[in-house]
Ligand binder design. Structure first.
Ligand code: ATP
Length: 236
């Protein structure tokens, strides 16, 4: 569904991605793992057209999206839950969700907001509350809900578990599994490698701008290098 081929990208003279290749098959959960500064967010930004690759190609459903504008990429069916949630602090929960549908003009926007409220009842209870007053977990739910409002075929999640309490992390991972089971393809960037590899079908390991390992998540989970570097030496 998504194919990244030989992509080089960065910021000025900093090359954050040094020719990476990555594929996300339709219906799968693909996890991208790696340490701080490895280039995970830059990969997500490149897919969304927020960073322009200097080399290589990104295709989505066979269509070249490398030089497309972000709103056209969202229209094509890709939506990002950004690192740090980036919800609109001074807008209500409801308004944040409406913002997620900014590319749409159909009559079903309110129905979709109701669906988000069904998935996250706490957001329904707090629909008039300002985004900035929500807890971290609730803000993450709102960021996911907002991304779903664009009706994505492919959902990109950039470190959704960051800074959340363990119980809330479990809840977020359950939600990602549900979204996947309902038919949305998922690309998940995570530093919570243990949980990410449990729910993923495939995984890629990124180190200083290069993919150093890839394969079925179950294999990656048992790879001695991954166990040593990311799992504290044990799988469970
Ligand atoms: P993190 O988990 O810390 O976000 P990451 O794997 O997502 O890490 P990136 O944010 O993609 O890594 O960063 C890759 C490299 O690009 C790093 O060397 C980082 O310092 C650099 N970088 C990221 N954003 C910018 C920016 N806006 N301007 C300049 N350099 C940047």
């Amino acid at each position: 569904m998504l194919k990244i081929e030989n992509v080089v990208a960065g910021y000025g003279h900093i090359t954050a991605l040094k020719s990476i290749n990555l594929e996300v098959p339709q219906g799968s959960i693909v996890s991208l793992i790696g340490a701080n500064g490895a280039g995970k967010s830059t990969t997500m930004r490149s897919i969304m057209g927020l960073v322009k690759p200097t080399e290589g190609r990104i295709t989505f459903e066979g269509k070249d999206i490398t030089s497309m504008k972000t709103h056209d990429i969202v229209k094509a069916g890709i939506s990002l839950v950004p690192e740090g949630r980036q919800i609109l602090q001074d807008m209500s929960v409801y308004e944040n969700l409406e913002m997620g549908a900014y590319i749409r003009k159909d009559a079903e926007i309110n129905d979709d907001i109701k669906k988000v409220f069904k998935r996250f009842p706490i957001l329904d209870e707090r629909s008039y509350q300002l985004g900035g007053t929500l807890s971290g977990g609730q803000q993450q739910m709102l960021a996911i809900g907002r991304a779903l409002m664009a009706r994505p075929k492919l959902l990109l999640l950039d470190e959704p578990s960051m800074g959340l309490a363990p119980l809330v992390v479990n809840e977020i991972f359950e939600v990602i599994k549900e979204i996947s089971a309902e038919g949305t393809t998922v690309l998940l960037v995570e530093q919570n490698v243990r949980q990410a590899l449990k729910i993923a079908d495939y995984a890629y390991v990124l180190e200083t701008g290069k993919i150093v390992l890839s394969g079925p998540a179950e294999e990656i989970r048992h790879d001695p290098r991954v166990m040593e570097a990311y799992l504290g030496g044990r799988v469970e």
